[in-house]
Design a protein around this ligand. Structure first.
Ligand SMILES: NC(=O)c1ccc[n+]([C@@H]2O[C@H](COP(=O)([O-])OP(=O)(O)OC[C@H]3O[C@@H](n4cnc5c(N)ncnc54)[C@H](OP(=O)(O)O)[C@@H]3O)[C@@H](O)[C@H]2O)c1
Length: 321
């Protein structure tokens, strides 16, 4: 069989441990054996590389590849690359993986049930050897509000609706009900306050942008019903932490579950670890699965090779996500 000129390599650029990087390289090479995929440091000629697969990369390393045509992010969140003006003209394709959406929807349901069934209170009671039955509230009387109705928000809305919770959802642009079934939808700043004032458990699935930074602040928390709860699975800086801690300490807010933080890992000295009304998770609500994500990447690369078209969804730099 005639062999054409070797394809230029695809660069893998990530800030991962050696084991994590190897697992990704193995999965990606299995998914697209015809491609030459190399870690950035192993590429002899950076100028021949047209595509980089990136996982929270150091922007300085990406800059060394000055002939890139596009980048494929292996993560759903892309705020670090969006913040780099040097990449303004370079299409950045976001990871959209149904398996990631399923995992996140599962996490949203799990931690919603944790709050709904008063597990933090029962844990505190157990530690105090206290036998006390709290009143049961059926899911039909526990309203769950979602900040963000994107790929992850819609998957979570479905799962919560199936579990019997009335679901409300807020997004930047208005959503039609059709695809979202029974979800009550809101948009814009007036829609935000209208939604949170009817929300018992607020779940944040927003990207971090200039507009969403510190969106969950004192005014928003004040607008929620007394003893409401918060789950943040989006990005840490979307929540104003001093405002959240003040609301929890004053018992206006009952409990919060945080999976994402301004600084990760959260330093051991942080007082958040010891707050009695906080449950902290080490950014585990929905990890990208290398096996399923590699198949998505391989499909995108194949389509680009065949058509020259950059795959979707390309991040909109103006919107920031
Ligand atoms: N903790 C974890 O393990 C983990 C894992 C994966 C992802 N994440 C985070 O989850 C985020 C969401 O992922 P996704 O795939 O669902 O993103 P997506 O499909 O882009 O959806 C983003 C949603 O947020 C809404 N939104 C953005 N800016 C807004 C604003 N200023 N006001 C109101 N709504 C706004 C969008 O509104 P429109 O619909 O109007 O555009 C959209 O509904 C990611 O960016 C990432 O930060 C976390």
């Amino acid at each position: 069989m005639p062999t054409g000129p070797a394809r230029p390599p695809i660069a893998f650029i990530g800030s991962l441990s050696a084991d994590e990087e190897q697992a990704w390289l193995d999965a990606l090479r299995r998914a697209m054996p015809q491609e030459r995929l190399l870690p950035a440091a192993a590429i002899a000629d950076n100028h021949e590389v047209e595509l980089a697969l990136v996982a929270n990369p150091d922007p300085a390393v990406v800059r060394r590849f000055d002939r890139l045509k596009w980048m494929q992010s292996l993560w759903a969140g892309v705020e670090r690359l969006v913040a780099e003006p040097a990449f303004d003209e370079l299409p950045l394709v976001r990871m959209v993986d149904p398996e990631l959406a399923r995992t996140m929807a599962e996490a949203v349901l799990a931690w919603t049930l944790y709050l709904h069934r008063d597990m933090p209170a029962y844990l505190a009671q157990q530690r105090a050897a206290q036998w006390l039955q709290l009143p049961y509230v059926p899911p039909s009387r526990r309203r769950v509000g979602l900040l963000g109705l994107g790929v992850l928000g819609v998957a979570a809305a479905r799962r919560l609706g199936d579990a019997g919770f009335p679901v409300l959802g807020w997004s930047r642009t208005p959503k039609r009900l059709g695809d979202l079934g029974s979800v009550t939808t809101f948009s814009g700043s007036e829609g935000l306050m209208a939604m949170v004032s009817r929300t018992d458990i607020l779940v944040c699935l927003l990207p971090l942008t200039d507009q969403t930074r510190h969106l969950v602040d004192e005014a928003l928390l004040q607008a929620m019903p007394a003893h409401a709860c918060l789950i943040n699975f989006g990005r840490g800086p979307v929540v104003n932490l001093p405002d959240l801690v003040a609301a929890l300490s004053a018992r206006r807010l009952k409990h919060a579950v945080l999976d994402v933080f301004d600084e990760e890992p959260l330093p051991a000295a942080s007082p958040l670890w010891r707050h009695p009304h906080l449950t902290l998770l080490p950014h585990i609500s929905a990890d990208t699965d290398p096996a399923s994500a590699s198949l998505i990447v391989a499909r995108n690369v194949r389509r680009w090779r065949e058509s020259g078209q950059i795959p979707q969804p390309v991040v909109d730099r103006q919107r920031g996500y």
